[in-house]
Each structure stands twice: as structure tokens, then as C-alpha cells.
Design a protein around this ligand. Sequence first.
Ligand code: ADP
Length: 451
Amino acid sequence: MRILMLASEAVPLAKTGGLADVAGTLPVELARLGHEVQLALPRYASIDPQVSSLRQAATVAVPFRGDSVEVGIETGALGNKAGSLVCIRYDPFFSRTGLYGEEGRDYPDNLERFVLFCRAVLEACRQPKRPPDVLHAHDWQTALAVAYLKTLYRDDPAWEKTRVLFTIHNMGYQGRFPVTDYPATGLPWSEYTPERLEFYGQVNLLKGGLVYADLLNTVSPTYAREIQTVEFGHGLEGVLQTLSGKKACKTALQREMKLPARNVPLLGLVSRLAFQKGIDLIVEILPKLLELDVQMVALGSGEPAYHQRLTDLSTRYPGKLAVRLAFDEGLAHRIEAGADLSLMPSRYEPCGLNQLYSLRYGTVPVVRKTGGLADTVVPYLSAGGKGNKATGFAFETPQPEVLLSTILLALRVYRDKEEWQALMRRGMKQDFSWQRSAKQYVELYERARAV
Ligand code: ADP
């Protein structure tokens, strides 16, 4: 693999704590394992250029504060040339006595310093023909690189294939800055929301790392559990708990619907039971689907023939299919929250709401590619399989066997925990809020008034 690692310190060049040990040693060991590793660091004054045979290689113009800043790129070697080192040289920011501050006080321009560093790394390490497979960022200082990759550089083909791992070394240091500093990040205000970089009225860079990364880890399994609690989460435990919330909702739903609390894929259906919704396709495949080690919860009301068929099937597959023939708003939400997958094989769908709720709840939708469903779910296969921008699964031909094979594909992906969590996370990050719709309606009203 090609790995681009970003850190604010690394042994033997610059060190204030354990982060430096990890960021200095890991790249060398990865390189010894045969991977191509590049480590990016700020060029602090304290770095001895001889240690890594650092030399000026280029300059690059970095977008900064609505202008552009010329920074130096110095390159060198890591651990006996196992890996390579890239230093971002901008003396007004990094040629100082400390790394983050002096005499116990943080530098007041730390946000700008690491904005420039992160942005410069993405500009300097941009190699369209040899993009990194993984960008590995550590702690708040490099979290913005993650945010940039997923926003400003999202459509840059040079970074399209790069996936991001973000490592939390210490939740106690989050890189929080006043909202008045936000414009310095160069990110649009649409990213300054409680789901993203805003945190109780401040900019929180560590949070950015958590929410934009494809995958998160921390430096010990116990710490990974601890930071999901109030005591150790430093206010960010809620952001981290989201995925473990799925497990709690699933167990609660299984209990409520009297299904065994087993760790098997749980499919959800919340729908009017009408031909339009493709319910005939579902009842047709259920006997085959329920032979597998899966569970399903169905909530709906409508055509009596479907009531009968679903009731029969639930008697035939007790402990696997639970049916509630009713209109129940609360249960609808509990299904959206607790299921792993939701089915929406509509023949046509003007907009469709359940797939949007599903995405928000981290429940991966399986939909027919029509109407609003086609507009809101990015299908796994057409997006190129593993590691893509997909948020769900979709099929075209409204036939039972096509629906079944799409569900089977989803169940295969489900077994790959990391891939599945990536699907969940991407879905949860989509913005289909009413706020957005309301703005679009305001535009229509304006147009109507102008007629
Ligand atoms: P449609 O308007 O065609 O029925 P949508 O997906 O646009 O389809 O909206 C359906 C709405 O009705 C969603 O909010 C969904 O959760 C809800 N819903 C459908 N069936 C039930 C049910 N049996 N109990 C509770 N809510 C339901």
C-alpha cells in the first residue's frame, strides 16, 4: 500500500509526547513490511536537517485565507531510507521555540498554523498517478486534512481513491477555537454544524477528524471503550457512540418484536402494503430469504392479501419474521433505528422518506432504482464495489429474483464489518434535512413571486 501519514511530531525529529513515538516509528516499520510510506511533518526550527538528510525540494503555492502562501517542501529519508519524509517549511509559523506553545501557553495562531500545514500536505503530496491508498492522520493537529479531503478535495481525482484512518491519541486535547477563527479553515459554513465541526459554539478540530474519517482507532482497546463514556469522552462521547447505539437499538427491537437477540442481519420493512411498494416482490422471496440466518421485522397496513401472506409467513418462520399489521409511528422509528438493512423495492416512488430515515439511522437501504430512491441512495455496485461512495444497494428490474440477489449481495457485504460500517457512516453523513428542502422551497416561492 501507499500510505501518507500526517503528524505534528515524530521521533527523532520533534517530540513532546507519545504521539511522536508512534508517528516516528510506525512509518519505518510499515516500510519494512514492504509498504510505501511518506511521513509529513511541519518543519520546526528544532528539526536537525542532517538527521533525515532533509533538503529543499520544491515550493508550492497553498491556498490560505483567500489568498495563497508559498511554502517550502523539504524531503528526506526515514529510518535508513525505509520511508520518505516530507516537511512543510513556513518559518513564520513553524520556526519557533515550541511545537504548540511556549511557557505553558498555546500559540494564539495554532489554528492557522495547522490549517496551513494540512492544506500544504495535500497540495504538496498530490500525485495524480500515484495516489496514496491511505491517509493516516493523528490527533487534532492533522484532523483538518481529513476534513479537507472529504470536502474541498472530494471531487479531485487525485484523492478519489484515498481512504482515511484517523487515530485518537488523547481526547483531552481537541483543538478548540472560537467561531470567529472558523473562516481561517477555508471550509464553507455548511461544514460548521453540530454533525461536523461545530461543538457547543466553537470550532472543534478533533471532532472533524472523528466525523470525516472513514475509520477511527485509538491507541489501546480499553481507551477505545473508555472514550465512549462521559468520564473519558471529554464531551465527544456522543459522537463516538453512534455506531454502538445501533447494537442497543437492534437488541431492543428484537426484544420488542419477540425475536431471539442474536447477532444476525436484521432486515426492516416499514411501508404501506401496496403493489406500488413492491410488497409482492418481498413476499415472493421471503421463503427463500428466511431459510438463511437472518431476521426480519415488517410493519405496515394495506391490501388484505399481503396481510394474510405476511401473517402466514410469520407463523411458518417464528423467531425469524415478526410482523405488525398496523400504523405505528413509534415502532416505525424503532425499526428504522434497530434494523441493519431496510427494504424499499418500490415500483415507483415520487420521493420516498423511509430510505432517508434509514440513511440517517445507519440502516443500509436496499431500494429499487426509481424516482426519489434513485436520487438519494448511491448503489454499491454502480459506485464500483468495495471502498467507494456507496450508501446502499439498488436494483432495476422489478422481479423477485433480482431483489433477492441484491439482498444477498448486501448480506455478503454485511459480513465485512469495516466495509459495512463505512456504508453506515457514509449514509449517516448525508444531508437530506428539511432545512435544506425548506431553502429550496423558498427559492421556488421567490420565483413564483417574480412571475
Ligand atoms: P408514501 O407517502 O408513498 O407512503 P413515503 O416513504 O414517502 O411513502 O412516506 C411514508 C411515511 O409513512 C414514512 O414516514 C413512513 O415511516 C410512514 N409509514 C408507512 N407505513 C407505516 C406504518 N405502518 N406505521 C407507521 N408509519 C408508517
